[in-house]
Ligand binder design. Structure first.
Ligand code: NAD
Ligand code: DAU
Length: 340
Protein backbone atom coordinates (compact mmCIF):
# COMPACT_ATOMS: atom_id res chain seq x y z
CA UNK A 1 0.00 0.00 0.00
CA UNK A 2 1.99 2.97 -1.28
CA UNK A 3 -0.17 4.88 -3.74
CA UNK A 4 -3.41 5.92 -2.06
CA UNK A 5 -6.55 7.25 -3.72
CA UNK A 6 -8.34 9.12 -0.96
CA UNK A 7 -11.85 9.65 -2.27
CA UNK A 8 -13.69 12.47 -0.49
CA UNK A 9 -10.31 13.70 0.74
CA UNK A 10 -11.32 17.37 0.55
CA UNK A 11 -13.99 16.81 3.20
CA UNK A 12 -13.61 16.73 6.97
CA UNK A 13 -12.30 13.25 7.81
CA UNK A 14 -10.68 12.60 4.43
CA UNK A 15 -8.60 15.78 4.74
CA UNK A 16 -7.55 14.86 8.26
CA UNK A 17 -6.60 11.38 7.03
CA UNK A 18 -4.58 12.89 4.16
CA UNK A 19 -2.67 15.01 6.69
CA UNK A 20 -2.23 11.94 8.88
CA UNK A 21 -0.74 9.81 6.08
CA UNK A 22 1.66 12.52 4.91
CA UNK A 23 2.77 13.18 8.50
CA UNK A 24 3.38 9.54 9.36
CA UNK A 25 4.74 7.92 6.20
CA UNK A 26 7.50 9.07 3.85
CA UNK A 27 7.50 6.60 0.98
CA UNK A 28 3.91 7.12 -0.22
CA UNK A 29 1.83 9.07 -2.70
CA UNK A 30 -1.56 10.46 -1.67
CA UNK A 31 -4.02 11.40 -4.41
CA UNK A 32 -7.17 13.14 -3.21
CA UNK A 33 -10.10 12.46 -5.55
CA UNK A 34 -13.08 14.67 -4.76
CA UNK A 35 -16.11 16.12 -6.53
CA UNK A 36 -15.94 19.29 -4.41
CA UNK A 37 -19.59 19.36 -3.41
CA UNK A 38 -20.69 21.98 -0.87
CA UNK A 39 -18.75 19.92 1.75
CA UNK A 40 -15.52 19.63 -0.22
CA UNK A 41 -13.09 22.45 0.51
CA UNK A 42 -9.53 22.86 -0.73
CA UNK A 43 -8.84 25.11 2.26
CA UNK A 44 -8.78 21.84 4.25
CA UNK A 45 -5.69 20.79 2.27
CA UNK A 46 -3.89 24.14 2.00
CA UNK A 47 -0.92 23.07 4.08
CA UNK A 48 -0.17 19.95 2.01
CA UNK A 49 -0.60 21.71 -1.35
CA UNK A 50 3.16 21.96 -2.00
CA UNK A 51 4.03 18.44 -0.87
CA UNK A 52 5.43 16.50 -3.87
CA UNK A 53 3.84 13.30 -2.48
CA UNK A 54 0.34 14.85 -2.80
CA UNK A 55 -1.92 15.40 -5.81
CA UNK A 56 -5.53 16.52 -6.26
CA UNK A 57 -8.00 15.29 -8.89
CA UNK A 58 -11.48 16.75 -9.15
CA UNK A 59 -13.96 13.98 -10.00
CA UNK A 60 -17.13 12.14 -9.08
CA UNK A 61 -16.88 8.61 -7.63
CA UNK A 62 -19.98 7.74 -9.65
CA UNK A 63 -18.10 8.53 -12.90
CA UNK A 64 -16.39 5.26 -13.89
CA UNK A 65 -14.18 6.77 -16.61
CA UNK A 66 -12.87 9.50 -14.38
CA UNK A 67 -12.16 7.03 -11.54
CA UNK A 68 -10.32 4.71 -13.96
CA UNK A 69 -8.21 7.58 -15.29
CA UNK A 70 -7.18 8.62 -11.78
CA UNK A 71 -6.17 5.05 -10.89
CA UNK A 72 -4.21 4.61 -14.12
CA UNK A 73 -2.53 8.04 -14.11
CA UNK A 74 -1.30 7.69 -10.53
CA UNK A 75 -0.65 3.91 -10.37
CA UNK A 76 -3.01 3.61 -7.44
CA UNK A 77 -2.81 0.41 -5.38
CA UNK A 78 -5.17 1.32 -2.52
CA UNK A 79 -8.52 3.12 -2.32
CA UNK A 80 -9.78 4.53 0.97
CA UNK A 81 -13.33 5.70 0.30
CA UNK A 82 -14.44 8.67 2.40
CA UNK A 83 -16.58 10.20 -0.38
CA UNK A 84 -20.20 10.44 0.65
CA UNK A 85 -23.10 12.69 1.31
CA UNK A 86 -22.72 12.69 5.08
CA UNK A 87 -25.39 14.81 6.78
CA UNK A 88 -28.47 13.04 8.17
CA UNK A 89 -30.69 16.16 7.99
CA UNK A 90 -29.87 16.68 4.32
CA UNK A 91 -30.70 13.01 3.65
CA UNK A 92 -34.14 13.63 5.14
CA UNK A 93 -34.68 16.71 2.96
CA UNK A 94 -33.24 15.18 -0.25
CA UNK A 95 -32.21 11.49 -0.29
CA UNK A 96 -31.42 11.44 -4.03
CA UNK A 97 -27.74 12.45 -3.81
CA UNK A 98 -27.21 9.92 -1.01
CA UNK A 99 -28.25 7.01 -3.20
CA UNK A 100 -26.20 8.31 -6.14
CA UNK A 101 -22.98 8.85 -4.21
CA UNK A 102 -23.08 6.60 -1.17
CA UNK A 103 -24.58 3.55 -2.92
CA UNK A 104 -23.90 3.83 -6.66
CA UNK A 105 -20.58 5.65 -6.19
CA UNK A 106 -19.33 2.88 -3.90
CA UNK A 107 -20.30 0.30 -6.52
CA UNK A 108 -18.30 2.20 -9.19
CA UNK A 109 -15.22 2.26 -6.93
CA UNK A 110 -15.55 -1.46 -6.19
CA UNK A 111 -15.74 -2.25 -9.91
CA UNK A 112 -12.63 -0.15 -10.51
CA UNK A 113 -10.79 -1.86 -7.64
CA UNK A 114 -11.67 -5.22 -9.21
CA UNK A 115 -10.72 -4.21 -12.74
CA UNK A 116 -7.34 -2.78 -11.70
CA UNK A 117 -6.59 -5.60 -9.25
CA UNK A 118 -5.94 -3.21 -6.40
CA UNK A 119 -4.15 -4.35 -3.29
CA UNK A 120 -6.84 -2.99 -0.94
CA UNK A 121 -10.24 -1.32 -0.96
CA UNK A 122 -11.17 0.24 2.39
CA UNK A 123 -14.68 1.51 3.03
CA UNK A 124 -15.30 4.25 5.59
CA UNK A 125 -18.62 3.41 7.22
CA UNK A 126 -20.51 4.57 10.26
CA UNK A 127 -22.05 3.38 13.53
CA UNK A 128 -25.40 4.59 12.15
CA UNK A 129 -25.74 1.39 10.09
CA UNK A 130 -26.56 -0.51 13.32
CA UNK A 131 -29.51 1.79 13.99
CA UNK A 132 -30.68 3.01 17.39
CA UNK A 133 -29.04 1.13 20.31
CA UNK A 134 -31.17 1.52 23.48
CA UNK A 135 -28.86 -0.62 25.66
CA UNK A 136 -25.45 -2.25 25.28
CA UNK A 137 -23.03 -1.65 22.41
CA UNK A 138 -22.96 -2.70 18.76
CA UNK A 139 -20.55 -5.43 17.75
CA UNK A 140 -19.36 -5.81 14.16
CA UNK A 141 -21.49 -8.96 13.78
CA UNK A 142 -24.73 -7.22 14.80
CA UNK A 143 -27.49 -6.91 12.18
CA UNK A 144 -27.67 -3.69 10.15
CA UNK A 145 -30.86 -1.79 10.99
CA UNK A 146 -30.38 1.70 9.49
CA UNK A 147 -33.22 4.17 10.05
CA UNK A 148 -32.42 7.35 8.07
CA UNK A 149 -31.87 7.62 4.30
CA UNK A 150 -28.21 8.44 5.05
CA UNK A 151 -27.73 5.38 7.27
CA UNK A 152 -29.57 3.15 4.78
CA UNK A 153 -27.30 4.34 1.95
CA UNK A 154 -24.19 3.64 4.02
CA UNK A 155 -25.49 0.21 5.06
CA UNK A 156 -26.22 -0.62 1.40
CA UNK A 157 -22.64 0.29 0.53
CA UNK A 158 -21.30 -1.96 3.30
CA UNK A 159 -23.32 -4.89 1.95
CA UNK A 160 -21.98 -4.31 -1.55
CA UNK A 161 -18.38 -4.13 -0.27
CA UNK A 162 -18.86 -7.43 1.53
CA UNK A 163 -20.45 -8.98 -1.56
CA UNK A 164 -17.43 -8.00 -3.69
CA UNK A 165 -15.16 -9.71 -1.21
CA UNK A 166 -17.19 -12.92 -1.10
CA UNK A 167 -18.04 -13.08 -4.80
CA UNK A 168 -14.88 -11.76 -6.45
CA UNK A 169 -12.31 -12.15 -3.69
CA UNK A 170 -11.69 -8.39 -3.63
CA UNK A 171 -9.35 -7.54 -0.71
CA UNK A 172 -11.62 -5.25 1.29
CA UNK A 173 -11.87 -3.94 4.83
CA UNK A 174 -14.60 -1.80 6.40
CA UNK A 175 -14.41 0.50 9.43
CA UNK A 176 -17.48 1.86 11.20
CA UNK A 177 -16.76 5.10 13.03
CA UNK A 178 -18.77 6.99 15.62
CA UNK A 179 -19.31 10.80 15.47
CA UNK A 180 -16.05 12.52 14.55
CA UNK A 181 -15.19 16.02 15.71
CA UNK A 182 -12.13 18.22 15.23
CA UNK A 183 -10.52 20.52 12.63
CA UNK A 184 -12.27 21.23 9.30
CA UNK A 185 -15.74 19.83 10.08
CA UNK A 186 -18.38 21.65 8.03
CA UNK A 187 -20.50 23.76 10.39
CA UNK A 188 -23.75 21.91 9.63
CA UNK A 189 -22.78 19.15 12.11
CA UNK A 190 -23.81 19.82 15.66
CA UNK A 191 -20.51 20.67 17.35
CA UNK A 192 -19.02 23.09 14.77
CA UNK A 193 -22.52 24.56 14.33
CA UNK A 194 -22.96 25.16 18.06
CA UNK A 195 -19.42 26.48 18.65
CA UNK A 196 -19.59 28.96 15.80
CA UNK A 197 -23.14 30.08 16.64
CA UNK A 198 -22.17 30.56 20.29
CA UNK A 199 -19.08 32.58 19.35
CA UNK A 200 -21.48 34.97 17.57
CA UNK A 201 -24.10 34.85 20.38
CA UNK A 202 -26.57 33.15 18.02
CA UNK A 203 -29.02 30.53 19.41
CA UNK A 204 -28.02 26.84 19.47
CA UNK A 205 -30.89 24.76 17.97
CA UNK A 206 -30.98 21.67 20.22
CA UNK A 207 -33.23 18.95 18.82
CA UNK A 208 -36.01 17.48 20.97
CA UNK A 209 -35.20 16.91 24.64
CA UNK A 210 -31.41 16.93 24.06
CA UNK A 211 -31.06 13.54 25.75
CA UNK A 212 -29.79 11.73 22.65
CA UNK A 213 -26.35 10.17 23.11
CA UNK A 214 -23.42 10.14 20.73
CA UNK A 215 -19.87 8.83 20.97
CA UNK A 216 -18.00 12.02 20.00
CA UNK A 217 -14.48 10.93 19.02
CA UNK A 218 -11.53 13.12 18.05
CA UNK A 219 -10.90 12.81 14.32
CA UNK A 220 -7.19 11.99 14.74
CA UNK A 221 -8.10 8.98 16.86
CA UNK A 222 -10.36 7.82 14.05
CA UNK A 223 -7.53 8.31 11.53
CA UNK A 224 -5.19 6.21 13.67
CA UNK A 225 -7.89 3.55 13.87
CA UNK A 226 -8.32 3.48 10.08
CA UNK A 227 -4.55 3.17 9.70
CA UNK A 228 -4.51 0.27 12.18
CA UNK A 229 -7.17 -1.50 10.10
CA UNK A 230 -5.22 -0.88 6.89
CA UNK A 231 -1.95 -2.18 8.36
CA UNK A 232 -3.08 -4.88 10.75
CA UNK A 233 -6.72 -5.67 9.97
CA UNK A 234 -7.87 -8.93 8.43
CA UNK A 235 -9.09 -8.84 4.83
CA UNK A 236 -12.89 -9.19 4.64
CA UNK A 237 -13.39 -7.95 8.21
CA UNK A 238 -15.27 -5.02 9.75
CA UNK A 239 -13.86 -2.91 12.63
CA UNK A 240 -15.72 -0.42 14.86
CA UNK A 241 -13.85 2.80 15.76
CA UNK A 242 -14.91 5.12 18.59
CA UNK A 243 -14.14 5.96 22.21
CA UNK A 244 -16.54 3.28 23.42
CA UNK A 245 -18.38 5.82 25.63
CA UNK A 246 -21.09 8.45 25.01
CA UNK A 247 -22.16 11.98 25.92
CA UNK A 248 -25.73 13.28 26.03
CA UNK A 249 -26.26 16.18 23.62
CA UNK A 250 -27.36 18.49 26.44
CA UNK A 251 -24.17 17.69 28.40
CA UNK A 252 -22.03 18.18 25.29
CA UNK A 253 -23.73 21.57 24.79
CA UNK A 254 -23.12 22.66 28.38
CA UNK A 255 -19.45 21.63 28.13
CA UNK A 256 -19.07 23.53 24.88
CA UNK A 257 -20.65 26.70 26.33
CA UNK A 258 -18.57 26.42 29.53
CA UNK A 259 -15.41 26.11 27.42
CA UNK A 260 -16.35 29.26 25.51
CA UNK A 261 -17.54 31.10 28.65
CA UNK A 262 -20.99 31.61 27.09
CA UNK A 263 -24.41 31.39 28.86
CA UNK A 264 -26.75 28.37 28.73
CA UNK A 265 -29.51 30.79 27.71
CA UNK A 266 -28.15 30.49 24.15
CA UNK A 267 -29.69 26.98 23.98
CA UNK A 268 -32.87 27.06 21.89
CA UNK A 269 -34.96 23.83 21.97
CA UNK A 270 -36.33 23.09 18.50
CA UNK A 271 -38.55 20.37 17.07
CA UNK A 272 -36.88 17.00 16.78
CA UNK A 273 -35.24 15.40 13.73
CA UNK A 274 -37.72 12.89 12.18
CA UNK A 275 -36.73 9.32 13.11
CA UNK A 276 -33.96 10.68 15.38
CA UNK A 277 -31.84 7.81 16.72
CA UNK A 278 -31.52 8.38 20.45
CA UNK A 279 -28.34 6.48 21.04
CA UNK A 280 -25.43 4.90 19.20
CA UNK A 281 -22.81 2.92 21.06
CA UNK A 282 -19.89 0.93 19.71
CA UNK A 283 -18.02 -2.01 21.14
CA UNK A 284 -14.47 -1.25 20.02
CA UNK A 285 -12.72 -4.27 21.53
CA UNK A 286 -11.98 -5.85 18.14
CA UNK A 287 -9.82 -2.90 17.04
CA UNK A 288 -8.22 -2.57 20.49
CA UNK A 289 -7.04 -6.17 20.09
CA UNK A 290 -4.93 -4.89 17.16
CA UNK A 291 -3.11 -2.54 19.56
CA UNK A 292 -5.08 0.67 18.85
CA UNK A 293 -6.35 2.95 21.65
CA UNK A 294 -8.27 6.23 21.39
CA UNK A 295 -6.21 9.07 22.88
CA UNK A 296 -9.12 11.38 23.80
CA UNK A 297 -12.33 10.98 25.81
CA UNK A 298 -15.51 12.53 24.37
CA UNK A 299 -15.12 15.51 26.72
CA UNK A 300 -11.47 16.09 25.78
CA UNK A 301 -12.43 15.88 22.11
CA UNK A 302 -15.13 18.53 22.57
CA UNK A 303 -12.80 20.97 24.36
CA UNK A 304 -10.01 20.52 21.78
CA UNK A 305 -12.49 21.06 18.94
CA UNK A 306 -13.85 24.26 20.52
CA UNK A 307 -10.27 25.59 20.74
CA UNK A 308 -9.64 24.85 17.05
CA UNK A 309 -12.72 26.80 15.93
CA UNK A 310 -11.74 29.69 18.20
CA UNK A 311 -8.30 29.77 16.57
CA UNK A 312 -9.51 29.32 12.98
CA UNK A 313 -12.23 31.84 12.30
CA UNK A 314 -10.72 32.41 8.82
CA UNK A 315 -11.79 28.87 7.92
CA UNK A 316 -15.43 28.78 9.07
CA UNK A 317 -16.48 32.41 8.54
CA UNK A 318 -15.97 32.01 4.78
CA UNK A 319 -18.36 29.03 4.77
CA UNK A 320 -20.99 30.51 7.04
CA UNK A 321 -21.20 33.77 5.13
CA UNK A 322 -21.70 31.97 1.80
CA UNK A 323 -25.03 31.85 -0.02
CA UNK A 324 -25.26 28.02 0.04
CA UNK A 325 -24.85 27.84 3.80
CA UNK A 326 -27.33 30.61 4.53
CA UNK A 327 -30.01 29.05 2.31
CA UNK A 328 -29.45 25.63 3.90
CA UNK A 329 -29.69 27.08 7.41
CA UNK A 330 -32.91 28.90 6.61
CA UNK A 331 -34.45 25.79 5.06
CA UNK A 332 -33.56 23.48 7.95
CA UNK A 333 -34.17 25.70 10.96
CA UNK A 334 -36.73 28.37 10.05
CA UNK A 335 -39.87 28.11 12.16
CA UNK A 336 -38.66 25.15 14.27
CA UNK A 337 -38.31 26.92 17.62
CA UNK A 338 -40.20 25.45 20.54
CA UNK A 339 -41.29 28.28 22.83
CA UNK A 340 -40.08 27.52 26.37
P1 NAD B 1 -17.91 15.47 4.53
O1 NAD B 1 -19.31 15.72 4.14
O2 NAD B 1 -17.17 16.47 5.36
O3 NAD B 1 -17.02 15.20 3.23
C1 NAD B 1 -17.44 14.42 2.18
C2 NAD B 1 -16.49 14.66 1.01
O4 NAD B 1 -16.91 13.81 -0.07
C3 NAD B 1 -16.53 16.09 0.47
O5 NAD B 1 -15.21 16.53 0.23
C4 NAD B 1 -17.29 15.98 -0.84
O6 NAD B 1 -16.92 16.94 -1.79
C5 NAD B 1 -16.93 14.57 -1.28
N1 NAD B 1 -17.92 13.98 -2.17
C6 NAD B 1 -19.28 13.95 -2.02
N2 NAD B 1 -19.85 13.34 -3.07
C7 NAD B 1 -18.83 12.95 -3.88
C8 NAD B 1 -18.80 12.25 -5.11
N3 NAD B 1 -19.92 11.83 -5.71
N4 NAD B 1 -17.59 12.01 -5.67
C9 NAD B 1 -16.44 12.44 -5.07
N5 NAD B 1 -16.43 13.12 -3.92
C10 NAD B 1 -17.61 13.36 -3.32
O7 NAD B 1 -17.93 14.05 5.25
P2 NAD B 1 -17.09 13.50 6.49
O8 NAD B 1 -17.78 13.88 7.73
O9 NAD B 1 -15.67 13.83 6.29
O10 NAD B 1 -17.33 11.94 6.28
C11 NAD B 1 -16.43 11.19 5.47
C12 NAD B 1 -16.86 9.74 5.47
O11 NAD B 1 -16.89 9.23 6.79
C13 NAD B 1 -18.27 9.52 4.92
O12 NAD B 1 -18.26 8.32 4.19
C14 NAD B 1 -19.14 9.36 6.16
O13 NAD B 1 -20.25 8.55 5.89
C15 NAD B 1 -18.16 8.67 7.09
N6 NAD B 1 -18.35 8.90 8.53
C16 NAD B 1 -18.47 10.18 9.02
C17 NAD B 1 -18.56 10.37 10.39
C18 NAD B 1 -18.68 11.76 10.97
O14 NAD B 1 -18.91 11.88 12.16
N7 NAD B 1 -18.52 12.83 10.21
C19 NAD B 1 -18.56 9.28 11.26
C20 NAD B 1 -18.45 7.98 10.72
C21 NAD B 1 -18.32 7.82 9.35
O1 DAU C 1 -22.51 8.51 14.13
C1 DAU C 1 -21.72 8.78 13.01
C2 DAU C 1 -22.40 9.84 12.20
O2 DAU C 1 -22.26 11.05 12.93
C3 DAU C 1 -21.83 10.00 10.80
O3 DAU C 1 -22.03 8.82 10.07
C4 DAU C 1 -22.49 11.18 10.08
O4 DAU C 1 -21.87 11.40 8.82
C5 DAU C 1 -22.34 12.42 10.93
O5 DAU C 1 -23.02 13.49 10.35
C6 DAU C 1 -22.86 12.17 12.35
O6 DAU C 1 -24.30 12.00 12.34
P1 DAU C 1 -25.23 12.63 13.50
O7 DAU C 1 -26.59 12.77 12.98
O8 DAU C 1 -25.04 11.90 14.78
O9 DAU C 1 -24.48 14.05 13.65
P2 DAU C 1 -25.04 15.54 13.78
O10 DAU C 1 -23.86 16.40 14.10
O11 DAU C 1 -25.90 15.92 12.66
O12 DAU C 1 -25.94 15.42 15.10
C7 DAU C 1 -25.37 14.99 16.32
C8 DAU C 1 -26.46 15.02 17.38
O13 DAU C 1 -26.86 16.38 17.59
C9 DAU C 1 -27.72 14.28 16.95
O14 DAU C 1 -28.30 13.66 18.10
C10 DAU C 1 -28.63 15.39 16.44
C11 DAU C 1 -28.26 16.58 17.32
N1 DAU C 1 -28.40 17.90 16.66
C12 DAU C 1 -27.85 18.07 15.43
C13 DAU C 1 -27.95 19.28 14.77
C14 DAU C 1 -27.37 19.48 13.40
C15 DAU C 1 -29.04 18.93 17.31
O15 DAU C 1 -29.52 18.76 18.45
N2 DAU C 1 -29.16 20.12 16.67
C16 DAU C 1 -28.65 20.34 15.43
O16 DAU C 1 -28.79 21.47 14.89
Amino acid sequence: MRNFLITGGAGFIGANFTHYLLRNYTDIKVVVYDKLTYAGNLDNLLDVGDDPRYAFVQGDIADADSVAAAIRDHQIDTIVNFAAESHVDRSIMNPDAFVKTDVYGTYVLLEAARRFNLERYHQISTDEVYGHVPVGSSKETDPLEPRSPYAASKASADLMVNAYHITYGLPVTISRGSNNIGPYQYPEKVIPLFVTNAMDDVALPLYGDGLQMRDYQYVEDHCEGIDAVLRRGQIGEVYNIGTGSELRNIDMTHLLLDTLGKPYSLIQPVSDRPGHDRRYSLDVSKLKALGWQPRHTCAEAVVKTVRWYQANEWWWRKIKSGEHYRAFYQRLYAGREIRT
